[in-house]
Design a protein around this ligand. Structure first.
Ligand code: AVI
Length: 307
């Protein structure tokens, strides 16, 4: 299989800079996506089950707030569990999933169309970090954007604002956005959500190195790395790193690299937002928060905002 040139460029640049860092989007090859799916079911990983419960509880209120004649526009291919909850509550006439990965988009869209024969499913293969032209069929409909999972947290706040503005450009004036954001909470709970006892998140993080070896002729010794998850208080984020346990030398695409014991590769940020932070972020992205729902322990929040 020939490697994605953008993956190659990000890995070579990321290993060459200090501090070393590789963007988290490269976690999601087939193995990485399967490991992420396993993470969502872990006892320590509260976001998925908490957001799912919030969506069940808030569905009727969301439908009442956004009104009739809707198109639900999901940023991402659609999650097997959360998307049907929203579609069931809102009963839109069209569902438009937007994703850069055509294969997954097509298979998840086909499954949703089969489960909802009354719904017009109109997948769009595009990079939603820029404004996307929606199918003409949905132009006259009121739009409800959907961005669950606290995926916004994987961006730095300035990038998150840019994405929110692109979503506004895609959906248009007057549209609504339903977005999940993970809350700041006690450090122990946050760290264990990203460093679970069964080691699934460690395997997810280490799979990035295995992917480099598979796709970029890498010789990274996987047994010389360990998974690290830490809370960065100043940036209000969980960081994932891969830390070397001994001095190593390796190659990627024929280029030599060396790391000393204790050095790290930064692989992910997962920003957490208090209520005021979340409202400020939405406002900076040109969205007006109109409602918010959380769980009894305030672990996770879902915001409805209007453009
Ligand atoms: C996809 N994203 C919202 C997850 C998160 O919680 O930041 C990715 C993840 N990384 C480790 N565990 C889950």
């Amino acid at each position: 299989m020939s490697a994605d040139p953008a993956f190659r460029a990000d890995v070579l640049a990321g290993l060459g800079r200090r501090p070393r860092a590789i963007p988290a989007r490269w976690f999601y090859d087939r193995q990485g996506s399967e490991l992420f799916e396993a993470i969502t079911g872990l006892p320590e990983y509260y976001p998925t089950r908490t957001e799912t419960a919030i969506l069940h509880a808030a569905g009727t209120a969301v439908a009442a707030a956004v009104g009739p004649a809707r198109a639900v526009v999901e940023f991402g291919s659609g999650s097997s569990t959360k998307t049907p909850i929203l579609l069931g509550a809102v009963a839109p006439s069209a569902y438009v999933p937007i994703d850069i990965s055509g294969d997954f988009l097509r298979s998840s869209s086909a499954a949703l169309a089969a489960a909802h024969p009354e719904l017009s499913v109109l997948p769009v293969e595009a990079d939603f970090t820029h404004a996307v032209t929606l199918p003409a069929e949905v132009t006259p409909l009121g739009k409800l954007g959907f961005f669950p999972g606290s995926t916004i947290g994987n961006l730095r706040p300035s990038e998150a604002v840019d994405l929110l503005r692109s979503m506004r450009d895609t959906l248009g004036q007057g549209a609504f956005l339903l977005i999940g954001m993970d809350r700041i909470k006690d450090t122990g709970r946050l760290v264990s959500a990203y460093d679970d006892a069964a080691g699934v998140t460690a395997a997810f993080n280490l799979n990035l190195l295995a992917r480099i070896n598979r796709e970029l002729a890498g010789t990274l010794p996987l047994d010389a790395f360990r998974h690290r998850a830490l809370w960065n208080e100043a940036e209000a984020r969980i960081e994932m790193h891969l830390e070397t346990t001994r001095d190593i030398a390796f190659q990627v695409e024929g280029q030599p690299f060396a790391m000393h014991a204790g050095e790290t590769i930064h692989t992910e940020n997962s920003h957490k937002y208090g209520d005021r932070d979340a409202r400020l972020l939405l406002a900076a992205g040109d969205w007006t928060p109109v409602a918010a729902w959380t769980d009894p322990d305030d672990l996770f929040a879902v915001y409805l905002a209007q453009a």
